[in-house]
Design a protein. Structure first.
Length: 395
């Protein structure tokens, strides 16, 4: 029997990046003590306010259908948050509640581009981007983010990648997997390209609350960009709540109308008890747990970077934000996948090889800071020990 061509378009190269994670899970299920540093799944508890709001909503019977675009109070709360953070107007009719950033990016791209269109994306990319673009029928055009520039964009190269077929520039800051945080000047220059060529600017801001090196600058904050900017974010990382699937899309009101039709065909709205949890997280200002999480990841990034500096023939890439540390292992003579597999086999530490994220990340490992401090320290010491043995092995 034949399947639709969609099945091929959504199977991007990034899907192979999870082979180590799958092998590690099998070992753990067999009783092995594996330190899992592959997935950006926070180890901290979600805020008590979200958990209690969920319980109240379930006890109150909020298990039926909810508003397709999100309950009005929630959309208003997201809009107030965005306006306060960016200094630009944002109203409820700019906001659509969706199941996480991943679901939001999929829905947004479906409405922004299609067959024959091109989407320009700085590379390395997060593993799912290729499949999301493929599902729309558009073509992904990548612009390298090279280690020598600290994985910050070459704006001339980005401009050169734009053709008459380009419909969208897609950015991600803080960046996954590199941890680079775009500067205000870089965001403004990219916005200028979008205006000059009449393009959409799609901004993945899921790590917005985890910027360390400099404040996060939202694409929505730029004057004159509201008609062409689409911001996608969620509570998954900032509130240690990925399982809640609390995400949103912010864009022009006309986009919300198209998203209504798409969501009607897919999800028929997010669960009411999930929306009540999101509302509890967003009303009344920043929860103390959010600031604590940001401090956790900053401290963990510094600790892991310091530990990995002792790994021979490796180079650590300290993040400017996010919840990952990159390790450049090209000097060891091993490819990233082989290094990661041998590390798993000998030290029972699972990290993610970045080759599937694009050629600019080849030879790098992404190490998630998603374990308690003591466990992370143990993992860092095991990685250094493995690299030391590797360096001492003839040939």
């Amino acid at each position: 029997m034949r399947f639709s061509s969609l099945t091929e378009r959504v199977a991007g190269r990034g899907a192979g990046a999870w082979a180590i994670a799958i092998a590690a899970m099998r070992l753990r299920e067999a009783g092995e003590d594996v330190i899992m540093l592959t997935v950006g799944d926070p180890d901290q508890r979600a805020p008590a306010a979200m958990i209690e709001a969920t319980k109240r909503a379930l006890d109150a019977g909020h298990t039926g259908y909810a508003r397709i675009l999100g309950i009005e109070r929630l959309r208003e709360a997201i809009a107030r948050r965005q306006a306060a953070r960016t200094g630009q107007p944002c109203a409820a009719d700019n906001v659509v509640f969706v199941p996480g950033t991943q679901g939001g990016l999929y829905c947004a791209v479906q409405c922004l581009a299609g067959p024959g269109d091109e989407i320009v994306v700085p590379e390395p990319i997060y593993a799912t981007y290729e499949g999301v673009i493929g599902a729309s029928g558009a073509r992904m055009v990548t612009v390298p983010l090279v280690p020598e520039r600290g994985f910050h964009p070459d704006l001339d190269a980005m401009a050169a990648a734009i053709t008459p077929k380009t419909r969208v520039i897609w950015i991600n800051s803080p960046h996954n997997p590199t941890g680079a945080v775009l500067t205000g000047e870089e965001i403004a220059a990219i916005a200028g390209l979008a205006r000059r060529h009449d393009l959409w600017l799609l901004s993945d801001e899921v790590y917005e609350d985890l910027a360390f090196a400099r404040p996060h600058v939202s694409a929505w904050s730029l004057p004159g960009m509201a008609e062409r900017t689409v911001v996608v974010s969620s509570l998954s990382k900032s509130h240690a709540a990925p399982g809640f699937r609390c995400g949103w899309i912010i864009g022009p009101p006309k986009l919300a109308e198209h998203l209504f039709n798409l969501l009607l065909s897919m999800l028929y709205g997010s669960p009411g008890f999930v929306q009540e949890a999101a509302l509890a997280a967003l009303q009344g200002g920043e929860l103390p747990e959010v600031a604590a999480l940001r401090d956790d990841y900053r401290r963990r990034a510094e600790m892991m970077s310091a530990l990995l500096a002792g790994a021979p023939k490796c180079r650590v890439v300290p993040p400017e934000g996010g919840m990952f540390v990159l390790l450049d292992i090209r000097g060891t003579g091993l490819g990233a996948a082989e290094f990661a597999m041998r590390l798993l086999e000998t030290e029972r530490v699972a990290v993610l090889p970045c080759d599937g994220f694009g050629p600019s990340a080849a030879g790098h490992l992404r190490i998630a800071l998603s374990q308690p401090d003591a466990r992370l320290r143990d993992a860092g010491e095991r990685i250094v020990r493995f690299a030391q043995r590797l360096a001492q092995t003839p040939g």
